[in-house]
Design a protein around this ligand. Structure first.
Ligand code: SF4
Length: 346
């Protein structure tokens, strides 16, 4: 049963954590011969995405763009194509812009502190602390969902939080106090590793936990109930899309550069944008998916080209089936297009 508050036992806590990490860290490709570039790419890819999904993308990415300069020299379309299927495409565009900014900095002048890195595109407080602590031993502690979960349990914090961002704010001080100043990058990675491999959301494996003796929630038997975060309220949305083929190819919508999301990717056109009323009867394909707080039902209708207005709305293009592979799509649209092409016998 822990008797002392965590902050009074900070030295023992960080020693136990780093010793466990040294013995148990997973062998991940960005940890082998680490470089700032590999750290940046892995941190961008790992946002909202699991390690096992990232691994093949990371290998292919390093092959295609081995450093900041080669990524900076690539076109946006190439970069989006390489990211295809990984989701949250603004990460790819920001990583590309960041590479262009970094490649333009004279050698030896790249900033090494988290505050300066916040100015780069797509770098928030978490990524800035992770990149700078790992690459430059900057003493900045990371706080994300994993760290929130571990700290809420270590301190048996039963407060109700609206979001994990609110909870993260309340742990800023403690997380910085616990940081190992000799090895800040390894300490941060150790916290992430603990969250990913031991202190799971459901069924944490407390018997294997290196900091079990510091954990108040485990002692009280309430670990699995923490942190107390409000449940996300999902919104149900239905989108009706068109699958239209003609002698010119397949009709697609290229998402314009001023759109909020998925800029530069191709998708099946929305019936509302084409000005076509939703047909009665069963759609050709119905698929459900979730994006952040939305639960979306996608209904795709095969329609003859005669349904189209005489002038196509902006950003709609005919694409020959043979050219589909070269274009960037989001993962779901790629899957639906592949299914529909196969069903139509191309
Ligand atoms: S003892 Fe259990 S609940 Fe506490 S930090 Fe370790 S794994 Fe998480």
């Amino acid at each position: 049963m822990p008797s002392e508050p965590l902050s009074r036992n900070a030295a023992a806590f960080r020693e136990a954590l780093i010793a466990w990490y040294d013995a148990n860290a997973r062998d991940l490709p960005w940890r082998r011969e680490p470089s700032t570039y590999k750290t940046v790419v892995s941190e961008f890819m790992l946002q909202q995405t699991q390690v096992k999904t990232v691994l093949p993308y990371f290998a292919a990415w390093l092959e295609a763009y081995p450093d900041f300069a080669s990524l900076a020299a690539a076109s946006e379309e190439q970069v989006l194509k390489s990211w295809e299927g990984l989701g949250y495409y603004s990460r790819a565009r920001n990583l590309h812009k960041l590479a262009r900014e970094v490649a333009a900095i004279p050698p030896g002048q790249l900033p090494t502190d988290a505050k300066s890195w916040l100015k780069f595109p797509g770098v928030g407080p978490y990524a800035a602390a992770a990149i700078c602590s790992i690459s430059f031993s900057d003493p900045s502690a990371v706080v994300d969902g994993n760290v929130v979960r571990i700290l809420a349990r270590l301190t048996a914090d039963e407060s109700d939080y609206k979001t994990s961002t609110d909870a993260a704010k309340s742990y800023r001080g403690l997380v910085q106090e616990l940081l190992n100043l000799e090895r800040p990058g390894d300490h941060n990675q150790a916290m992430m590793e603990l969250g990913a491999t031991v202190c799971h959301k459901q069924s944490p494996t407390c018997l294997l936990c290196p900091v079990q003796s510091h954990c108040q929630a485990q002692a009280l038997g309430i670990a699995e109930t923490l942190p107390r975060l409000a449940k996300t309220k999902f919104k149900e949305v239905t989108v009706n899309r068109a699958w239209i083929q003609s002698e010119h190819g397949i009709l697609l919508h290229k998402i314009p550069a001023d759109a909020k999301r998925m800029k530069g990717l191709h998708e099946l056109p929305d019936l509302a944008q084409l000005g076509i009323p939703v047909p009665k009867g069963k759609p050709t394909l119905t698929r459900k998916r979730g994006i952040t707080k939305y639960r979306i039902t996608e209904r795709i209708h095969a329609l003859p080209p005669g349904k189209l207005p005489s002038k196509l709305p902006e950003h709609h293009v005919w694409v020959a089936p043979a050219a589909l592979q070269r274009l960037p799509f989001s993962g779901p649209h790629r899957r639906w297009v592949t299914e529909l092409v196969e069903a139509s016998g191309h």
